[in-house]
Write a protein that binds this ligand. Structure first.
Ligand SMILES: Nc1ncnc2c1ncn2[C@@H]1O[C@H](COP(=O)(O)OP(=O)(O)OP(=O)(O)O)[C@@H](O)[C@H]1O
Ligand SMILES: O=C(O)c1ccc[n+]([C@@H]2O[C@H](COP(=O)([O-])O)[C@@H](O)[C@H]2O)c1
Length: 192
């Protein structure tokens, strides 16, 4: 059966960490469906349109290029269940895997209608430096119906908030750095 990976991100801004995950996924899934979204638990510093554009640029930069990975702006929703419902209108009869970093394992039980979501997707957790997966958190997700796997990669030690706090452009792919400069985004961030 066709395997589709679902990867949603605040992308505020997207980092080399997101890029490495997407590259890895594109080599293992038939299709990687990506979207930038607002997060009901966060505020965002940049308009969604810019975040979506940065995500597309980051994907275009992945080498070697792989046509199985793309941003789908129309799937963007604060609720991942809504994204899934829309995706199912495009691709039915496929197996969906929702991809999250290990920092979200503790939070995911609070997502909108999580049981309904976990019935329809497998969950793939990408280990993130500084965020070990606690057995009790994993158990909670399983009790909610989650079929969980831990990905065989280690996320990079970078984050969007590190960039926003420090202005350290090294955590951003060159295409994203250039876009931020061109559009004068994150102006309040002290740039290195
Ligand atoms: N370096 C990383 N390693 C593993 N997972 C990551 C990494 N960066 C992001 N992710 C995962 O990718 C998804 C989108 O992350 P998000 O856009 O919130 O980035 P972030 O760096 O966590 O942002 P912020 O620092 O603003 O919270 C989440 O599931 C997150 O756990
Ligand atoms: O469905 C929800 O209730 C829900 C709650 C929090 C986050 N999400 C989604 O999880 C994805 C990762 O969020 P973030 O902010 O860590 O990038 C992103 O697509 C969010 O919209 C989804």
């Amino acid at each position: 059966m066709t395997q589709i990976a679902l990867f949603g991100t605040s992308a505020d801004p997207p980092t080399a960490g997101h890029q490495a995950i997407l590259h890895w996924l594109s080599q293992r899934f038939d299709r990687v469906v990506v979207w930038a979204s607002d997060n009901p638990f966060k505020t965002h510093q940049t308009a969604l349109e810019h975040r979506m554009k940065m995500l597309s640029l980051l994907i275009e930069e992945i080498n070697p290029p792989n046509p199985n990975i793309a941003v789908y702006p129309e799937l963007s929703s604060r609720r991942t269940l809504e994204t899934l419902e829309r995706a199912k209108q495009y691709w039915s009869d496929v197996e969906y895997t929702l991809v999250i970093g290990s920092d979200l394992v503790q939070q995911i039980p609070q997502w909108y209608q999580i049981k309904t979501l976990l019935k329809q997707v497998k969950l793939l957790i990408v280990p993130r430096p500084g965020y070990g997966v606690e057995a009790t958190d994993l158990e909670k997700v399983k009790q909610l119906g989650g079929q969980v796997k831990i990905a065989d990669i280690k996320g990079l030690p970078v984050s969007s908030s590190h960039y926003r706090q420090t202005g350290n452009i090294e955590v951003l792919p060159p295409s994203v750095q250039a876009y931020i400069d061109q559009e004068q985004l994150y102006e309040s961030t002290v740039k290195d």
